[in-house]
Ligand binder design. Structure first.
Ligand SMILES: Nc1nc2c(c(=O)[nH]1)N(C=O)[C@@H](CNc1ccc(C(=O)N[C@@H](CCC(=O)O)C(=O)O)cc1)CN2
Ligand SMILES: Nc1ncnc2c1ncn2[C@@H]1O[C@H](COP(=O)(O)OP(=O)(O)OP(=O)(O)O)[C@@H](O)[C@H]1O
Length: 193
């Protein structure tokens, strides 16, 4: 596989962090995921209902399904991404509680609903740092998607256990303005830009 954007050293470092995180995430209890969903819900539900992109969980990840249900009950439109071939941005489709989920690329699941553009994008990650940089599974999907949707507000979320000192940063990586964990809201410090 070619990695057009990142230097070879960055690619290796990113791989090593992904492997370390897989081991760490095995030990996160399910209650932590529920707690994080509650923190996300209490923050989002103070805002006017809007259109929000969530994700259907992959093994070991934060499970946003309770949040999807709650937001839907409060008149938010919930979208879940369909994963296209690598190199293309994500396709967001409307989800409803009764939606049948289809199997997509890399073990992802997505609903069959109409395509829509989110106002808010909840951004999953494998690891993050305090500057707001994140590391995903290496598809570059969120970097590409956020670059094309400047009007959508990205909100990162992760377990505190996923924090590392410094995520290696490639030319396309963008720092997130906010990352929410089960313990705190990490707001990016713009003064260091
Ligand atoms: N729940 C969830 N859905 C999501 C994402 C995510 O991070 N979490 N994505 C975020 O972009 C997109 C899917 N991105 C992915 C890109 C690559 C691989 C992948 O290559 N997986 C490897 C194993 C990688 C590893 O564990 O190191 C594989 O399946 O072999 C998986 C997902 C969209 N949907
Ligand atoms: N906007 C973009 N345009 C072109 N290439 C990009 C863009 N964003 C990322 N890439 C490239 O995609 C590849 C994967 O990126 P990276 O390792 O940062 O993915 P990731 O953030 O871990 O994955 P994901 O966003 O899917 O969770 C890299 O080669 C990167 O340079």
């Amino acid at each position: 596989m070619t990695h057009s954007g990142d230097l070879p050293g960055t690619v290796h470092e990113k791989r090593a962090i992904r492997a370390a995180m897989r081991d760490r995430l095995v030990h996160v209890p399910p209650a932590t995921s529920r707690h994080l969903c509650e923190r996300l819900a209490s923050r989002l539900l103070t805002e006017t209902p809007a259109c929000i992109a969530c994700v259907w969980p992959l093994p070991g990840e934060v499970d946003l399904r309770p949040l999807c249900e709650k937001l839907h009950q409060h008149d938010w439109r919930v979208l879940i991404p369909e994963t296209p071939p690598k190199g293309s941005p994500l396709i967001f489709r409307q989800w409803r509680p009764e939606a049948e989920m289809k199997q997509g690329r890399f073990g992802t699941s997505y609903p069959d609903g109409p395509v829509s553009v989110p106002d808010v994008i909840l951004v999953p990650m494998v690891a993050f740092d305090r500057r707001g940089y994140r590391l995903g599974y290496g598809g570059g999907y969120y970097d590409r998607t956020l670059a094309r949707l400047p009007g959508s507000k990205p909100v990162g979320y992760a377990f505190s256990a996923q924090e590392v000192a410094e995520v290696p940063v490639g030319p396309f990586d963008m720092a997130l303005p906010i990352i929410i964990t089960e313990n705190e809201d990490i707001i990016r410090d713009m003064s260091s830009d």
